[in-house]
Design a protein around this ligand. Structure first.
Ligand code: ATP
Ligand code: MG
Length: 320
């Protein structure tokens, strides 16, 4: 069976950003956007741009915010056949403004937008039936209604011998000892590649130290962990290769949104193409670093050729 296709299920949004730094939206101000966004959409766009076969199960409204997203994904090579258009609901959106300390204020329209209506439609089942890898984005998993579609996609792909990656970017849900935590544990039990950021690793493992967390998760049967450390780079942990560290690239951070999603996509796609963890981490760090130099969450997504150039320009080695 052909297991080359990577899919994800989740939210598509536009992001509209304040052009000034400050606190929130309590006075009239200028914005720039709409930019295509949504963590699962950024992820799958980066898979396709890196050269992987990619598709997404999602929903948009019958409006320009939907069109700008679908056309970007299509142009970048993502299979958009399972993106539903929901009549009577607007495409999801996020207004964002940075505070001086780097924290962000948001106004979200996701759960009650078309994005919250992503379901296992006939088109979605057709896409899932031919895929060999599902990426579970924690943000999508936290949206009521989408979790069931993700669970079905994971079961279908696992049953045909495929694999699962998981970015647990849902700190609040992870910390709760309730239904949300159970769903997370169910996904961890079938995860082949875990992509945590910072102390999401500790929370996911319910452990006090990095070493203990890694041991517990590898014991659970997770094949490999690629840990994102922001401007401190990343680390890989597995039984087969042990620990592999990769320093970050030195760049000027303009907009950090999307770095983790592009990192995960470049790492996964490199590994699925047969590259060793050290080389996959180098591509992943390069993808994350390039993303933060651009304003707009999906504007810094890179082709493999662009990453090769970026890595060479930094004097780093891509290796064999
Ligand atoms: P997000 O902010 O999208 O949720 P994340 O927290 O999941 O991201 P990060 O660790 O912030 O993930 O970023 C992923 C990778 O991108 C890092 O491991 C690093 O390689 C690269 N990266 C992120 N920020 C920077 C930076 N300021 N300078 C250099 N590289 C960076
Ligand atoms: Mg993250």
């Amino acid at each position: 069976e052909d297991l080359g296709l990577t899919i994800t299920v989740g939210e598509i949004l536009v992001e509209i950003m304040a052009t000034t730094v400050g606190a929130g939206f309590l006075s009239p101000q200028s914005f720039v956007g709409p930019f295509p966004s949504g963590a699962p959409a950024i992820f799958i766009d980066q898979v396709a741009r890196f050269g992987g076969a990619a598709g997404i199960v999602a929903a948009v409204g019958a409006d320009d915010f939907g069109t700008i997203n679908v056309e970007r994904l299509r142009a970048d090579g993502v299979d958009v056949s399972a993106i539903a258009t929901i009549q009577g609901r607007p495409t999801g959106s996020a207004f964002v403004r940075y505070r001086p300390d780097g924290a962000r204020d948001f106004v979200f329209n996701i759960t009650h937008s078309a994005a919250g209506e992503a379901r296992m439609t006939e088109a979605a089942r057709a896409l899932v039936a031919k895929s060999g890898h599902v990426h579970v984005m924690g943000s999508a998993f936290a949206i009521p209604g989408i979790a069931a579609a993700l669970v079905e996609a994971v079961a279908t792909v696992k049953a045909r011998g495929g694999s699962v990656s998981f970015d647990p970017n849902i700190r609040k849900e992870l910390a709760q000892a309730d239904e949300g935590r159970k769903l997370v544990d169910d996904v961890l039990a079938v995860t082949d590649l875990l992509l945590p950021s910072g102390d999401e690793l500790l929370v996911a493992a319910d452990a006090a130290t990095e070493e203990a967390a890694v041991e517990r998760l590898l014991d659970l049967g997770i094949g490999e962990i690629a840990l994102k450390r922001g401007s401190a780079g990343s680390s890989h942990f597995s039984r087969q290769f042990g620990r592999v560290d990769c320093p970050a690239f030195s760049v000027e951070e303009v907009d950090p949104t999307g770095a983790g999603d592009c990192f995960g996509a470049a790492y996964l796609t490199s590994r699925r193409a047969g590259l060793a963890p050290a080389r996959a981490l180098l591509y992943a760090n390069a993808a994350g670093a390039r993303t933060v130099t651009r304003q707009g969450p999906m504007e810094g997504v890179s082709s493999r050729e662009e990453l090769d150039e970026f890595i060479a320009a930094a004097g780093r080695e891509v290796g064999i």
